[in-house]
Structure formats: C-alpha cells, structure tokens
Design a protein around this ligand. Structure first.
Ligand code: NAD
Length: 497
C-alpha cells in the first residue's frame, strides 16, 4: 500500500493565507508578544514534514509573567456577573463556528487528521463553549436548616483561582475548549500551554476568545519548546491554585507529584487502553461499524481509541473478517485530500512505536489479517491493521497503541470478558456490543472504566462527564461535573436567625 496520488483540494495559497492569520507570539495580559529571550520553535506538517510556522517559545520568566497577569485580574474576574461570562462563551461558540473551516484546516495541517474529522472536532470542541455558556448561570449552591433545627447552612461555589492548563497534541481544539470554557464559566483565570507539536489551533482559539470579549489577563497562552520550563516554576508558585492536564500517564504522575508541593487541585485526563467487547448476541455489522469509529477516529491517536478487541470465540472469525475488510479498504493520504480517510501519525517516533508493538505481537504468534507495516513515501503513515490470534500476554494489549492497529483476541464466557477488560492499569473508555440490555448493564456495573459505550463506538459529548479511573486519571471534563472541577466549595454557618 502506498500513499495515493496527492490531489490537493485546498490550494497552497489558502493554506498560506490561513497560516498568516495565526498569532505567533505569547499571549500575556491580552497582548501577543515575543519570548523574553527571543527564542522560537517550528511547527511541522506531519504529512510532508514541511515547516508550517515559527512560534515564540516561552521561557520560565514568560510563564511567570503569564501567571502575574492571571493573578492580577483573578479577583476582578471572579466578581463579573455569571451572565457576562456566559455571553463571552456564547460569542466564542458563534465565532469558532463561523471560522469552522479555518480551525478545521489548521488542525489538518498541524496534526494530520483528515479534513472531515477535523470538521467533526470543531463541532465537538465548540460545543464545550456552548455547553459551559449555559452552565455558567446554573452553578447552584444550597441553603438548609441544620439537623438540630437551629443553625442554618449556606453552601456556595467560588472559582478555584488561577489555573495552569496543559493540553496534548492529538485534539488541538477540543482539549483547549474542554478546559478553557469551564474555567471562564467558573470565573478562573488561566495560563494555557498547548502541546508543542500542534499549538497553532490553540493560538488561533485564544485570539478568538479575545475577539469574543474575554478581558486581558483571563487567558494567557505560553506555547513553548520546553514543557517543564513552564510547569516547573508555575507549580512552585503559591499563586497558582490548580493544574488541569491532559496527556500521557507518566507525565501526569510527575505533574501530580510536583503539584503536591502547593496542594493544588488537579484534574488529570491521562492515557487509556479501551476494551471493545463483542458478545455472541451482538449485531456484528453494527459492531464492525462501531469498531471502525472507535479505532480509526484520529488515526487511532485518541485516549478513547479501542485498543483491545475482545470478541466471543463463536463470532470472532466473522467479526475479524468483516473488520479487516473494512480496515483494508481505507485510503491513506494527506488530510487535505478529500479522498483521504486515514492521515499520517504525528511523527516518525510515533510511527516507529506502533510498528514495534505490531512486530512484537506478530513475533509472539499474532497474524496480520490486513496491514502490519508503515506506508512507504513521505510523511508518517501506517497501514490500517487488524491483528488476529493475539496472545493474551502480548504488550500490544497492555500499552496504548496510538495508531491504526486493532488487535483481536477471544473470550469464552461473560466472566472471562469482564476479567480481561479489567486486566489493565487504565480505566478510561470501554465499548460493549450486545443485543441484551440487561447484559450490557450487568457488565457495565462490573468493569472498571469511567466511560462505557453501549453499542456505540463514539461516546464523547460536551454534556457528559468525560474521564477515567485507575491510571487514566482524576476528575471529569464536560457535563455539570466539568464546571465543578473549576470551583471550590465554601460553607457559611449561620447562627439560629
Ligand atoms: P504528553 O504527556 O507527552 O504531553 C501532553 C502535554 O504535556 C503536552 O503539552 C506536553 O508538552 C506536556 N508535557 C510533556 N512533558 C511535560 C513535563 N515534563 N512537564 C510539563 N508538561 C509536559 O502526551 P501527548 O503525547 O501530547 O498526548 C498523548 C497522550 O495524551 C496519550 O497518552 C493520550 O491517551 C492522552 N490523552 C488523554 C486524554 C483524556 O482526556 N484522558 C485526551 C487526549 C489525550
């Protein structure tokens, strides 16, 4: 399989014009500025390796300046009317929606996902702005008479304070809106550090927030080539009150340890190893359709990506055959080509890691039913791959694959399926396919995952609490739970009136 002939649907001029609209500086106190030492870093197109833009690279001093700005306006921002914050978010939703094509193309250029998927992420990412514009005015406290019947109890929520937000490269818009929108709704000020591989979307999003009327200093953006140079000084600064991190489990653990110094509130959205369970009574065509979505969204570079396909032994052969046929028919290419269904992986290292897992599984006895190798040519493409007969102890079933590779293994009983699903340090997303609703509920009650899809391959929704258990993290994003992550609870005891 090779990369199909490139038929550009998006002209080079359009790409250049869009890239010219992206701010390249650091956003500190409402102004885009250069790094204090003049340093920069380049952002590349993973489909071609070409340089897309050169951004200012924040230093530790810039990070502190960003926190200075956030701290200076925290008290005033916390006092703004919830309706005002709500309306800023609503305008931001409208602006992101108006600029949807720009955001989609920008994500395709810097991250590689096909344009159709990038448009899907714009819709999903924008929904957090709309959802939290609605939640901003519905943050209820409570008032009650103490059980003794004398004193009264008043409970109210307050913004937690200045937050450090760190986002990964795989969903450049949605990971930023999922944190910034509840932060704005709650009345927090923020310092955002996007991933250095895909910061352009966050840069344009931050400008959009300013265009929507967000006051200077509320959102500061410090893109940087040195992640720890940003987090180190901020986590040690007593003015910071919270860190919200989305990324890998090892980095999350390190940040949690550092955050302990100042006893910070933490939200940790970490890695996943989602099981995709297909029971003998499942609608197999529907399961294959769901498997394609759960595996191939974002080329498999998603924390929710189905990582282990556990299929009842009586239907495994048919499921694997149909799944492999659908995977083998996908076309790989640059995301700007409308014919592309699978874009490149983020970089050469990511592609090599995927191939190492596949090779080790094949050496241990797995069979590549389709795919199984990198795609030759420029860019970091990998063949959509289905592996059958994967031994239960293969590393590919334990580690996040983060690529378009689906290992299939079998189970004999419902108890086996539950045991295998739970045999992971991770507990983020999971997917169950069965026609028996009672079985679905029974299994959901016994599996240790923060999110469960019933006959559904995509479950992310701004109105739902997204998050995991075990090494997949702490806290939830989206839903009413998403706002609570950015508030602290204050109780006022009132003497018998
Ligand atoms: P990563 O952990 O390498 O990086 C995430 C962010 O942390 C980036 O901004 C990076 O620059 C920064 N970072 C890296 N090292 C740091 C350090 N020492 N100190 C401070 N910041 C540091 O992860 P990634 O490769 O960008 O993203 C992929 C990972 O993210 C996968 O494990 C995936 O499952 C996870 N993820 C989780 C969710 C979720 O909601 N649970 C969503 C998307 C991605």
């Amino acid at each position: 399989m090779t990369v199909p002939a490139f038929a550009p649907a998006v002209s080079a001029t359009r790409e250049a014009e869009l890239l010219a609209t992206v701010p390249t500086g650091l956003l500190i106190d409402g102004r885009w500025r250069d790094a204090s030492d003049g340093g920069t870093f380049d952002v590349h197109d993973p489909a071609t390796g070409a340089t897309l833009a050169t951004l200012a690279s924040a230093t530790s001093a810039d990070a502190v300046a960003a926190l200075d700005a956030a701290s200076a306006v925290q008290a005033a921002w916390a006092r703004t009317a919830p309706r005002e914050r709500s309306e800023i978010l609503r305008r931001a939703f409208d602006l992101v929606t108006e600029r949807a094509e720009d955001f989609a193309l920008l994500m395709t250029l810097e991250m590689g996902k096909p344009l159709a998927e990038a448009r899907g992420e714009v819709k999903y990412g924008a929904e957090f702005l709309r959802w939290f514009s609605e939640e901003a005015v519905r943050d209820y406290g409570r008032y009650l008479t103490a059980p003794e019947g004398t004193n009264r109890i008043l409970v109210q929520h307050k913004p937690v304070g200045p937050c450090l937000l760190i986002t990964p490269w795989n969903f450049p818009l949605a990971m930023a809106t999922r944190k910034v929108a509840p932060g704005v709704a709650a009345g927090c000020t923020m310092v955002l550090k996007p991933a250095k591989l895909t910061p352009l979307t966050a840069q344009l999003f931050a400008q959009t927030m300013l265009d929507a009327g967000l006051p200077a200093g509320v959102l500061n953006v410090v893109s940087s080539a040195s992640a720890s140079g940003i987090s180190g000084p901020l986590l040690g600064d007593p003015r910071l009150r919270k860190i919200s991190f989305t990324g890998s489990t090892p980095v999350g653990k390190r940040l949690m340890a550092d955050a302990a110094q100042n006893v910070l509130r933490t939200s940790m959205e970490l890695g996943g190893n989602a099981p995709f369970l297909v029971f003998e009574d499942a609608d197999l065509d529907r399961a294959v359709e769901g498997a394609m979505a759960a595996k191939m969204r974002n080329m498999g570079e998603a924390c929710t990506a189905a990582n282990r396909f556990l299929v009842h032994e009586s239907v495994a052969e048919e499921f694997t055959r149909k799944f492999a046929a659908a995977m083998g028919a996908l076309s790989t290419g640059r995301g700007t080509d409308p014919a592309t269904q699978v874009g490149p992986l983020i970089d050469a290292g990511a592609r090599d890691d995927v191939h190492k897992l596949v090779s080790a599984a094949v050496d241990a006895g797995a069979v590549a039913v389709t795919g199984g190798a990198p795609v030759e040519g420029p860019g970091y493409f990998y063949q959509p791959t289905v592996l059958g007969d994967v031994p239960n102890d293969a590393a590919i079933l334990r580690e996040e694959i983060f690529g378009p590779v689906a290992p299939v293994t079998t189970f004999a009983t419902e108890d086996d399926a539950i045991r295998l699903a739970n045999a992971s340090e991770y507990g983020l997303a999971s997917y169950l396919y069965s026609r028996d609703f009672n079985r679905l509920l029974r299994v959901a009650e016994q599996i240790e995952f923060g999110m469960v899809g019933f006959n559904a391959g995509v479950i992310s929704n701004a109105a739902a609490p997204f998050g995991g258990v075990k090494h997949s993290g702490l806290g939830r994003e989206g839903g009413s739970e998403g706002l609570a992550e950015y508030t602290t609870t204050q109780y006022i005891g009132i003497a018998d009136p």
